[in-house]
Design a protein around this ligand. Sequence first.
Ligand code: ARG
Length: 573
Amino acid sequence: MELLPDILGRWMKDAFVRAFPEEAGRMETVAVVAAANPEFGDYQCNAAMPLAKALRQPPRKVAETVLAGMEMPSFLSKVEVAGPGFINLFLSDAWMVERLVELSRDPRLGAPEPGLGRTVVMDYGSPNITKPLHIGHLRSHNIGSAIDRLHRFLGYRVIADNHLGDWGTQFGVTIMGYRHFGDPEKMRKEPLEELERVYVLSYEKTKTDPEWLARCREELVKLQSGDPENVALWRDFTRYSIEELEHTYGRLGIKYDLVRGESHYRDKLLPTVEFLAGKGLTRISEGATVVDLEEEGLPLCIVRKSDGGFNYATSDIATVRSRIEEFMPDRIVYVTDERQQLHFRQVFAICRRLGIETALDHVWFGLMRLPEGTFSTREGNVIPLERLLDEAVTRAKKVLDETSPEMPDGRKKEVAEAVGIGAVKYADLSQNPQSLVTFTWEKALALDGNSGPYLQYAYARIASVLDKYGERFPGMDLQSFPVSVSEQVERTLVLHLLRFGETVRRAAEAYKPSVLCDYLYELAGVYSSFYQNVPFLKADEGVRESRVRICGITASVLGTGLKLLGIRTPERI
Ligand code: ARG
């Protein structure tokens, strides 16, 4: 289905071109935006003002000239010029209803498919392994997988790659730690805890014992040059880590197409540096190979250290080249915290110098903080992510004990898992990614604010209206009744539903799941005033069926929106 702003924008543009054919060159930017206030219509066009300046005419006159030659199209009921020259567009109720029905029959609920024929590689999550995930890992996984789902929904071919940090210096430290302090019994039972324990011990020792540090480096060099014993240990460590990750990913509903990691590209590091050198991009500085990025206003980037080792940037450049060769993506998107901005600017600049034209986007986010005292923290904010999730589920269960005492225990456990984890995910996604998020349980689990549980409850309540209708009026064929709008609040709801597709597109384009969160929160609010202000099951036959149908469509839109965010929607809470 074509989106409202596209249909209206095209009509507006045609009107402008028709009124001022000699100015057609300026018309590319003529567009409509959702009206800020319903008094000013449903959408508005502000293009008369800049054009008036160029024509040296009063903007109102320009707007009037534009409208003078146009017939009212079927999708509009009224067009008016307002204020200094705004053009306000009012959609026709009959047309809106027709579109709503069309939307309800579309499995994509009116969302477009701008991604058809396009491939995007998404690199998110991507933790450094052999350590358990902690809360700092939540945002990349969570925001990344939401952006991933939004793109798939819009028709993109997405290749989600968990680019594990599995080839870095931590392995030398861990191997030394395991050899000297490892406990095979613990290693069998809780491998990641054990690996973290030996890592911390070994790491502490590197700070005071230079010989130890040197030996850690040696172990790393041995691993990187293929020493069978170290490679075997590395394989074990990696396997344990991935198994544990899979468990958390299952809870979070995260699925990858590839889990490759930096090690996958290890044989491409030297050729990458040679390739850069062949292009004349490198020079030697104090024994290291570097790329100057002065032209881009960036600090120089070391691609090979003086000891022969390679850097994070080298690995990422090798990875870009390999992904392009293998998948021919139109775009590669990286989701990490804000501290990696410089790294990606350097990597992207070097890719540009290599003539790589694939779009490269870094989506960065602010760190998530917990207010003091929410958890006892051992060291900074290293709270295991699993603990955060467990805590959320426990708290959600307490809420359910109060709100749904009659729910059977097994079911309650399931719903608590969905609500608790939904709360954590939504609390993160609903923030502008670039802001610093302070997580509080009160806000995350609130049943009446902009929270995951609020929307999950809203969904369950809306879905229950359909059940109630089915019970009260068995055997009715709901779909055979036409949809109509009679009340203002009903119309507002229908218009909001029609905006689902444009919202999903905007959220994906801006890499901001928060845009969809805002929309869903508003939808739940509009629905709730609809539900409170007009009779439903008590309305006359016909009106009743129309309203129940609108309610069903609201449930589909809300449910689909939540699924796109990776939030489960229990039918009953
Ligand atoms: N492993 C890195 C970290 O934990 C993030 C990797 C992001 N992806 C990439 N291709 N550099 O900080």
